[in-house]
Structures are given as C-alpha cells and as structure tokens.
Design a binder for this molecule. Structure first.
Ligand code: HEC
Length: 266
C-alpha cells in the first residue's frame, strides 16, 4: 500500500478525515503532491531524492525579489522565496509544496537570538535542498560547499554589496564588514558605524539589501554548479576537524589567546 493511502486510512480511522474538503485531507493531498518520498519511507530510512530539478536564474532579478520579500518575510525566508518562487513557476514540484513562509523564524538570527544571519541560513537551505546533503554522496557535497562559501563570503565582504533598482530608503546605506556570519555581530557592527538603531528604517533597509546580496551570490553559485563550472572558494571540507565547531577566524573573538580544544584520542 502506498504511503498516502496508509496516511489516509490512519487519518480516517481516527475520524479526522471528513471528506476531501477537510483540513487533514488537504494536508494529505499536499504531502502526496510533494512526491519526494517513496513507499520505503514507511519502513524507515531515507528515500529522499537529490538533486532537485534546477534551471538557471537571473541573479539580479533574484536579488530584487529577495529585497522586496524581506519586507514581508525577513532575511531567511526572503532568500528561500527569491529562489523557490521562481522555480515554482519554471518547474513546479517539489518547490510548490515547500513551505517558504515557515522560515520566517530565521529572522534576527533565529527568532531574534542573533545567531547565524538568516540570509546565510536561507542560502544553506536552498543549496542543500537543490543539490542535496553531503551524506547522500560525493555528488551532493557541493550543497554544503556552496553554503560554506556563502558564510565565508558574507563574513569577508563589505555588505550590503547589492543596491536595488528602486530602494525604499533614499538615505545612504553604508557598507560594513562583519568578519562573522552572525546576525548579532553583523548588525551590531553596522549599527555602531552608521549610528542607526535596530528599528530604524535605515537598518531595516540595510538588512533587506544584505539579504538581496546573499541571494545574488547564491544564484551565481547555483548557476555555476548547474553549468558544471562551480569551484569551491572556502577552505571547508566535509572531514575538516578544527576540534570545535566555529567560524574559522578564531581571533575575531578570542584575540591572540585562542583556547586549544581537546582533540580526539587516536
Ligand atoms: C564568535 C566568537 C567566537 C569565535 C569566532 C570562536 N570562539 Fe571559541 N569561544 C567563544 C566564546 C564566547 C567562548 C566561551 C568562552 C568562555 O566561556 O569563557 C568560546 C569557547 C571556546 C572554547 C572552550 C572554552 C575555553 O575557553 O577553552 C574553545 C576550545 C574555543 N572556544 C576554541 C575556538 C577555536 C579553535 C576557534 C576557531 C576555530 C574559536 N573558538 C572561534 C567565542 C568564539
């Protein structure tokens, strides 16, 4: 029996499914439409399929979409939306079933906690959905590599690097280098140098433009991957072992006194 049928039966046994118009029925239909899982899924183990179909996108157009979407769903979901809404039109599934707006929680470095900048998280989600996760095999490693490149690029680049055709804020938006992929550090350094507060229109537009800058870079990398010309820029390796999870410029936080993590015993 296929997964959807099993799901339908389970739902109707519990008396939830009252015809196709019921909310549960719609959810079951939506899951069926996703088409990502085969029967084996019910037995456990992953049967997810990679890569997802991809057609090259215009980086400029994607960045404009991301800029405008920031004002609706903020950094992380805006990056995802800028790529996936175009692929919904060009390709359809699985992009049509992907819940873009669920990723609003990436805002402010994840629900305002200032951890990784949502645009970096969004870019990693997009790259790893399209290309696949590294555990799926060597042909999928570029998903993580593109994600790692974006984190490094974000940290080292004067941002925002993209200026929208019709900016909502006409005041000059200065560029700063964060030396970190963290929202807290990136926004903090920009606020310190510009003098604008967190809830100022300027800070908001700055983050919308940073989001657009990330979307632009992401699509350039995805297009190169599609053409077979993508070359990893960062030092990231799947087996890299610094002894601790960290952004790689340790001295940014530790100064010259970088603590040595205990290394695994051989
Ligand atoms: C974003 C800032 C930041 C970066 C970058 C960073 N660290 Fe840390 N690290 C911290 C903080 C904060 C602590 C907690 C320090 C404490 O408890 O006193 C910490 C703790 C540690 C600890 C364990 C606690 C200790 O003091 O021994 C080790 C080991 C460590 N870092 C190593 C590294 C290494 C190696 C790198 C680079 C690969 C790195 N860190 C990059 C902020 C950072």
């Amino acid at each position: 029996m296929d997964t959807n049928k099993m799901l339908d039966e389970k739902l109707s046994r519990r008396g939830i499914l009252k015809g196709a118009a019921g909310a549960a029925g719609i959810a079951a239909l939506a899951m069926g439409g996703l088409g990502l899982f085969s029967n084996a899924e019910a037995k456990g183990g992953s049967t997810e399929k990679w890569p997802w179909p991809y057609e090259k996108l215009d980086p400029e157009k994607t960045a404009e979409l991301a800029y405008n979407e920031w004002y609706r769903v903020f950094c992380g979901a805006a990056v995802i939306s800028s790529v996936f809404t175009q692929l919904r039109d060009k390709i359809g599934e699985p992009y049509k079933s992907f819940p873009i707006d669920a990723y609003v929680f990436l805002e402010g470095g994840m629900v305002g906690w200032g951890t990784v900048c949502g645009s970096n998280a969004g870019a990693n989600i997009v790259a790893n959905c399209i290309i696949g996760p590294r555990i799926a095999g060597p042909e999928c490693e570029n998903g993580a590599a593109i994600g790692a490149d974006i984190l490094e690029w974000y940290s080292e680049t004067k941002l925002p690097s993209f200026t929208p055709r019709e900016p909502r804020i006409k005041t000059k938006i200065i560029q700063t280098t964060s030396n970190s992929p963290l929202c807290h550090v990136s926004v903090g350094k920009w606020m310190k140098e510009s003098g604008y507060a967190l809830n100022s229109p300027e800070r908001r537009d700055r983050c919308a433009r940073v989001t657009a800058s990330v979307a632009y870079t992401l699509v350039k990398d995805l297009n190169a991957w599609k053409d077979g010309t993508y070359k990893q820029r960062s030092a990231w390796k799947p087996a890299s072992n610094m002894g601790i999870t960290a952004q790689q410029n340790c001295n940014e936080c530790h100064g010259s006194n970088i603590p040595t993590p205990p290394m695994a015993k051989k």
